[in-house]
Design a protein around this ligand. Structure first.
Ligand SMILES: NC(=O)C1=CN([C@@H]2O[C@H](COP(=O)(O)OP(=O)(O)OC[C@H]3O[C@@H](n4cnc5c(N)ncnc54)[C@H](OP(=O)(O)O)[C@@H]3O)[C@@H](O)[C@H]2O)C=CC1
Ligand SMILES: Nc1nc(=O)c2c([nH]1)NC[C@@H]1CN(c3ccc(C(=O)N[C@@H](CCC(=O)O)C(=O)O)cc3)C=[N+]21
Length: 289
């Protein structure tokens, strides 16, 4: 019988530890009469999005963060959504604003992201915050990439000088995770749907980040011995189960470290959202200063 060679990087367990620390930060804020508050806006009734939003609300409550969900019908106009965001920007009792993506096609996602006050942008998607991240300045980091970095550090994975290969280049996962690893002195390669001979690149990775959203795409033969594998993919299978982008059993035989799906990157994303909300409550440096 083959034993699992890899260390499993368990995002659920690590999240529990971090969330305990966050709870005491929240208690301190409350002692000073400040209650951190996160408002999540969801437009439409996509079941997966609703399930994530509920997960965020549950985790907020458990950490002592107050939260509310604004549910808008998919027929909501962009103007209506922008007005709602403006109200929240001006509401001093709201510290963090998250607009669940994707939005319906008739709403311009970029306009919406840019309308959120950068000081309340706990997703780290506002161009000002993206720019600060790119230049290595302190800001809200996007939750999934921040969660990945936190997990790699907690498991003592060394990043400096390592070849990090990112499969996926979305604005919310692929691009920013590559940037954060570059900031940590990795050598970074981005792959995407037009990449030719993808596995030539994955085989070269010391750290392989999979963020394609294609189930079971990468197998043991496509990764280097001793590689660190972070599987961001969340794919709902016909039987209702969740699976990542990697074929877990064969990849785990080659890897030194691997994240499972579920209980890997997903819970870390939510933990970093809580962390960003606390940071927003404490007050971010004013924009432009
Ligand atoms: N664990 C978590 O917390 C989170 C998980 N996710 C999950 O991560 C996955 C990615 O999410 P997201 O970035 O939003 O998705 P997108 O669909 O926005 O991006 C997918 C990326 O993968 C690339 N890609 C698709 N097919 C291939 C292929 N065959 N070969 C190489 N590259 C390919 C695309 O390339 P191109 O740009 O050329 O189209 C694109 O850059 C999804 O499964 C999502 O559910 C997302 C957010 C948080
Ligand atoms: N503005 C915005 N910000 C986001 O951060 C954002 C978004 N929009 N749209 C959708 C994606 C997806 N996402 C996930 C968060 C947690 C889990 C998570 O906790 N997953 C659990 C499983 C949950 C389950 O069982 O369904 C796990 O992997 O263990 C998954 C996915 C955040 N996203």
């Amino acid at each position: 019988m083959k034993t699992l060679a890899a260390t499993e990087m368990n995002g659920k367990e690590l999240s529990q530890t971090i969330r305990e620390e966050l709870k005491s930060e929240v208690l301190q804020l409350k002692e000073n009469g400040i209650i951190p508050h996160l408002t999540v806006i969801i437009v439409g009734d996509d079941p997966a999005s609703r399930s994530y939003v509920r997960g965020k609300e549950k985790a907020s409550k458990e950490t002592g963060i107050s939260s509310d969900i604004i549910e808008l019908p998919s027929s909501t106009t962009e103007k209506n959504l922008l007005e709602k965001i403006e109200e929240l920007n001006n509401d001093e009792t709201v510290h963090g604003i998250l607009v669940q993506l994707p939005l319906p096609d008739h709403i311009n996602e970029q306009e919406v992201i840019e309308s959120i006050s950068p000081t309340k942008d706990v997703d780290g998607f506002h161009p000002i915050n993206v720019g600060k991240m790119m230049t290595g300045n302190s800001t809200f980091l996007p939750c999934t990439p921040y969660g990945i970095l936190t997990m790699l550090k907690a498991y003592d994975v060394s990043i400096e000088g390592k070849h990090a290969v990112i499969v996926g280049r979305s604005n919310i996962v692929g691009k920013p995770v590559g940037q954060l690893l570059l900031n940590e002195n990795a050598t970074v390669t981005y792959c995407h749907s037009r990449t030719k001979n993808l596995t030539d690149f994955t085989k070269e990775a010391d750290i392989l980040i999979l963020a394609m959203g294609r189930p079971n795409s990468i197998h043991g033969e496509h990764v280097k011995d001793g590689a660190v594998i972070v599987d961001v993919g969340i794919n709902r299978m016909a039987d209702g189960s969740l699976t990542g982008d990697a074929d877990f059993p064969s990849v785990a035989e080659k890897a030194s470290h691997i994240t499972p799906v579920p209980r890997g990157v997903g819970p870390m994303t939510i933990t970093m959202l809580l962390k960003n909300t606390i940071m927003a409550t404490k007050g971010m440096p004013a924009v432009g200063k």
